[in-house]
Design a binder for this molecule. Structure first.
Ligand code: FAD
Length: 452
C-alpha cells in the first residue's frame, strides 16, 4: 500500500504530491525561476487552477506547501517552495465595475498591461503605475509596488477589497462590507494570508499625460529635486553613473492633442552604457567624457498620450535590483552616498540609479505607512555579481532609516522587519490565524514569520 492509500485507510487527509492529477487544474513541469534568474530553478510544479474550488483543493492537499506567483518579477524568496507554485492566469477578468465610485473588482492574476485598456473602455484608469506593467495585479500589490509622485501612493493603497482562499482553504472576503478591520493587513499581504482571486481597486478617470524627458547636470538635479517633486504630478530621475548627468522625467495631466512617442530607446541606451563600461571601465576620465558626449546627443522627449501608455515601458535588458524607501529628508543624501561609493569602488556598474517619491498609506506592511518616502534603487546587469549590494550599499540605506522594497534584493530578517514595522507582529498573528498549518509558508516566509 502506498503512503496516500495508507493515510486514506487510516482516515487521515492525504496530502497530494504536486504531480497528482486534480480536476479543474492544469499542471506542468517547472524549473521556475524569477525574471532575472537570480533565484535557483525550482522543482515544484506550476499549477493553474480553473476556479476558486480547485484553488482551495490545491491549498488543502498539496504536499510541500503552496506559493502563488504572478509574473515572477520579484527577487526576494517569496515564491520558491517544494510543493506547488500557483498561477492565477484564469483569474483575469474585469468583474463588477462601479463607474460612479470609480471602483472595479478585477481578477487577481490579470496583468496590469491587459487591465489598463479594458479599464479605459469604461472611462477609468489606474491612478499611477510603476516603470513596467507586466506584473499581475496581485503580485504587484502584494509587495507594495509603486511608481513616483509626491501625492501618489503605491498600488496596494488603492485596494478597497479582496477575495481570497486562505491557508486553511476557506473562501474569505475582506472589504468595506466584510472583515473591514483586516483590509490594511490584506493590502500588502506577500501572499502570506491567502491566495487572492479578485481585488477591488479604487480607480480614477481615464486621463492623458504630458511626458517630458530631459538631461541635466546631476548636481543641479539634486538641488532642484524637491521642487520638481512638488511641481509635477510624477517626477523621477535616473543618475547615469560615472557621467555627472541625470535623466529627468515628468508626467502631468493634460487635455492636449496626442503627440506620438518615438520608439522607446531605453534598452539601447542601457547597452550603450554597458559598452562604455566594457571599453573604458578603467579610464574614468575618458568614460565620463564619452558619456557626456553621448548624453548631449540623446533624444529628449515631449509627448502626450494615455497615462498607462506613457508611465510604463519595457525592460528587456535583465538586471538585479536593490531599492530602499527612505525618509524624504534622507533620500537624496543616501543617493549621493551610494553614487560616491560606487564611482570610487565599483567601476563595473553602468545601470542608472533611480530616485522616486511615494505618498503615504495605512497598510500594515507598506513601506510608506509612516509618511511619504523617497525610493532609491541601484541596478546591476543580470550576469554581473551583485553581492556588494548587500555588503556595501544596504548598510548605507539601513543607517539612513530605509525600508526595503518587499520584492527587491535585501537581507532584512525578522528582527530587522520587526524593528521598522510597528504592525509586523499583528500581521504575523493574523497570518497564523488564517494559515494555521503554514500551508502558504516557504523557507523565506518561515524565517520572517516563525516564532518571535
Ligand atoms: C524589470 C522590473 C521592473 C520593476 N519596476 C518596478 C517599479 O517601477 N516599482 C516597483 O515598486 N517595483 C518594480 N518592480 C518589482 C515588481 O513590481 C514587484 O516585485 C512585483 O511584486 C512583481 O509582480 P509579479 O506579478 O511579478 O509578482 P511575483 O514576483 O510573481 O510575486 C510577488 C508576490 O506576490 C505574491 N502573489 C502573486 N500572486 C498572488 C495572488 N494571487 N495572491 C496572493 N499573493 C500573490 C507572491 O506570492 C509574492 O509574494 C520591478 C521588477 C522588475 C523585474
Amino acid at each position: 500500500m502506498d503512503r496516500r492509500s495508507l493515510l486514506a485507510a487510516m482516515g487521515a487527509t492525504a496530502l497530494m504530491p504536486a504531480q497528482a492529477k486534480q480536476k479543474n487544474v492544469s499542471a506542468h513541469a517547472t524549473g521556475w525561476q524569477n525574471w532575472s534568474k537570480s533565484l535557483p530553478p525550482q522543482k515544484a510544479q506550476i499549477v493553474v487552477p480553473d476556479d476558486a474550488a480547485a484553488l482551495a483543493d490545491i491549498i488543502r492537499q498539496t504536499e510541500g506547501g503552496v506559493r502563488p506567483v504572478g509574473s515572477g518579477h520579484s527577487w526576494t524568496g517569496l515564491v520558491p517552495c517544494d510543493g506547488a507554485i500557483v498561477k492565477l492566469d484564469k483569474f483575469n477578468a474585469v468583474g463588477e465595475v462601479n463607474v460612479a465610485a470609480q471602483t472595479a473588482w478585477l481578477g487577481a492574476g490579470a496583468r496590469l498591461k491587459d487591465l489598463s485598456p479594458q479599464l479605459a473602455e469604461k472611462g477609468l484608469a489606474f491612478r499611477n503605475l510603476g516603470d513596467i506593467d507586466v506584473q499581475s495585479l496581485a503580485g504587484a500589490t502584494s509587495t507594495a509596488t509603486h511608481g513616483t509622485g509626491r501625492a501618489l501612493p503605491c498600488l496596494a493603497a488603492e485596494i478597497r477589497g479582496v477575495r481570497l482562499i486562505n491557508g486553511a482553504g476557506e473562501a474569505m472576503e475582506i472589504s468595506a462590507q466584510e472583515n473591514p478591520d483586516l483590509l490594511p493587513a490584506a493590502q500588502v499581504g506577500l501572499g502570506a494570508l491567502g491566495i487572492l482571486t479578485e481585488i477591488q481597486m479604487q480607480l480614477v478617470d481615464r486621463h492623458k499625460l504630458h511626458r517630458r524627458v530631459w538631461f541635466a547636470p546631476y548636481d543641479k538635479v539634486l538641488a532642484d529635486a524637491q521642487q520638481l517633486f512638488a511641481d509635477n504630478r510624477n517626477f523621477e530621475f535616473f543618475y547615469l553613473p560615472f557621467s555627472g548627468m541625470a535623466m529627468c522625467i515628468t508626467h502631468n495631466i493634460t487635455d492636449a492633442q496626442d503627440m506620438p512617442r518615438a520608439h522607446d530607446e531605453s534598452d539601447d541606451g542601457v547597452m550603450q552604457l554597458k559598452a562604455l563600461r566594457d571599453w573604458l571601465g578603467w579610464f574614468p576620465y575618458l568614460r565620463k567624457k564619452l558619456l557626456a558626449a553621448a548624453i548631449a546627443g540623446a533624444p529628449e522627449e515631449d509627448v502626450v498620450g494615455e497615462s498607462w501608455q506613457l508611465l510604463s515601458s519595457a525592460r528587456n535588458v535583465h538586471f538585479n535590483e536593490m531599492e530602499f524607501h527612505l525618509p524624504v529628508s534622507e533620500g537624496l543624501d543616501a543617493l549621493e552616498e551610494v553614487r560616491a561609493h560606487i564611482e570610487k569602488n565599483r567601476s563595473a556598474v553602468f545601470f542608472p540609479f533611480e530616485c522616486r517619491m511615494v505618498a503615504p498609506d495605512t497598510a500594515w506592511l507598506s513601506p510608506f505607512n509612516d509618511g511619504p518616502r523617497m525610493s532609491v534603487a541601484v541596478h546591476t546587469h543580470a550576469p554581473d555579481q551583485y553581492e556588494f549590494l548587500f555588503t556595501e550599499i544596504e548598510p548605507i540605506f539601513r543607517r539612513r532609516g530605509g525600508r526595503p522594497h518587499w520584492g527587491k534584493l535585501n537581507r532584512f530578517d525578522a528582527t530587522d522587519m520587526r524593528a521598522v514595522y510597528p504592525q509586523f507582529e499583528a500581521f504575523a498573528k493574523l497570518r497564523a490565524q488564517l494559515d494555521p498549518a503554514g500551508r502558504l509558508l516557504n523557507p523565506y516566509l518561515r524565517d520572517l514569520f516563525g516564532p518571535a
